[in-house]
Design a protein around this ligand. Sequence first.
Ligand code: GTP
Ligand code: MG
Length: 230
Amino acid sequence: MESQSNTRSIEIGQRILSKNDKVAMELRKTYAQDNLFVINLMSSPGSGKTTLLENLAKHKLLEFSVIEGDLQTNRDAARLNTFGVNAHQITTGDACHLEALMVQEALGILRAQGDLKDFIFIENVGNLVCPASYDLGANMNIVLLSTPEGDDKVLKYPTIFLCADAVIISKADLIDVFNFKVAQVKEDLEKLKKEIPIFLISSKDVESQREFCKFLQQNKEKNYVSCHTF
Ligand SMILES: Nc1nc2c(ncn2[C@@H]2O[C@H](COP(=O)(O)OP(=O)(O)OP(=O)(O)O)[C@@H](O)[C@H]2O)c(=O)[nH]1
Ligand SMILES: [Mg+2]
């Protein structure tokens, strides 16, 4: 018979904060103090994150600065600079996500350049998995799902959709081409117990972009802060 141990385990109902979580908490305070509204855009590679930002700038729908994340090259920052957007590129090398410390440094650089707008987009590294594990302290986490990727992704990659405050179905002009079912995405988000706004956006439809900007402005006025854990 096994001897009974005198030890017992106690459940501690508190997450142990990682270094990233601690920096994300600091960032959250900085955003609030400086009246910044920060949006973390996450998606697969090529789903249209940079194109959306280009369009917001081109049509003068919102004034914003950008922190760009890619494994290599400064191509996305250069694309946005062409439209007069102050965009700072982070190249992560092998890392498939941005971390809070990288964002903190980039924010310092944008600030030092003296052109920090009230809205800041963080374009995360294109990946539907890793960014969901790194809190960047953003006011809003927004996931893009483009129509060519298929309408079945919400339940296949639930973690990233669980931390989303809104979902953008991008390349909406191709809905019919790819037989993309918006109802499937809604149903799967409901299965994840998420009632969140869904925007259908196309680079060819300025109104869809305007509606999205209105949503961001309303949430900035409300001082919305994401409550989702990473
Ligand atoms: N038809 C159509 N094509 C689009 C739309 N938005 C973007 N694209 C195209 O999709 C491709 C990828 O767009 P990007 O904006 O570079 O995608 P991204 O998410 O920034 O890509 P990464 O930064 O590499 O993760 C480009 O060829 C765009 O022209 C859209 O609304 N409709
Ligand atoms: Mg991009």
